[in-house]
Design a protein around this ligand. Structure first.
Ligand code: AP5
Length: 191
């Protein structure tokens, strides 16, 4: 299996590049953000609980997202692999993912970390907020999401660097240019 974590700050292009990876490598996409937004839309109990955190730009508690992941990950021989988008976001989640994969004799092959300047991140998210009206794409919430990323999520890079799995990708430029950088890394992997 080819298992990829796509990593980066809010607005760094994780969702956009995931779609291109799915198209080219036929991976199964797991986006915890998309799943949580669907729960909110469907007005489920889980969605109601998650919205309290998401609307403030805070992380949904680890046990909630780890449970979601356990439900979604299915180890089937015909699956090419997975792309984990927006998960893990804490060290606890990173360890849970490693344990889950280890239990299936699988592993993360690479962590693609999209590196984008903070001013560009803010600009992209404000622009999206004006068009799509995502609840958390407001100036105050964007600020708090970026702080949460720097404080709680960015330290995971060290965790993956120690495992020699971290690939820093320049996430500035056009979507196509960034994908070309990603392809170079993925095509070199032995899986
Ligand atoms: P999530 O949905 O994961 O959002 P996020 O990390 O804030 O990321 P975004 O979706 O905003 O950005 P992205 O990096 O995917 O970029 P995108 O491709 O969309 O999480 C939302 C919330 O859910 C969290 O805050 C948290 O509360 C909760 N949550 C989710 N997972 C969790 C977890 N594991 N644990 C705890 N809580 C969790 O692009 C952004 C915009 O930029 C788009 O408009 C796009 O068109 C544009 N764009 C993309 N690439 C380019 C480019 N190269 N040039 C110009 N524009 C571009």
């Amino acid at each position: 299996m080819l298992n990829i974590v796509i990593f980066g700050a809010p607005g760094s292009g994780k969702g956009t590049q995931s779609q291109k990876l799915v198209d080219k490598y036929h991976l199964t996409h797991i986006s915890t953000g998309d799943i949580l937004r669907t729960e909110i839309e469907n007005q489920t109990k889980l969605g109601e609980h998650a919205a309290k955190f998401m609307n403030k730009g805070e992380l949904v508690p680890d046990e909630v997202v780890i449970d979601i992941l356990h439900e979604l990950f299915v180890h089937e021989p015909d699956k090419v692999g997975y792309i984990f988008d927006g998960f893990p976001r804490t060290l606890e989640q990173g360890k849970a993912l490693d344990n889950m994969l280890h239990g299936e004799n699988e592993k993360i092959n690479v962590v693609l970390s999209l590196e984008v300047d903070e001013s560009e991140l803010t600009e992209r998210l404000i622009m999206r907020g004006q068009i799509s009206g995502r609840n958390d794409d407001t100036e105050d919430t964007i600020k708090s999401r970026l702080q949460v990323y720097n404080r709680q999520t960015a330290p995971l890079k060290e965790y993956y660097a120690k495992q020699n799995k971290l690939a820093n990708i320049n996430g500035m430029g056009t979507i196509g240019e960034i994908f070309t950088r990603i392809e170079k890394v993925v095509d070199r992997l032995d899986y």
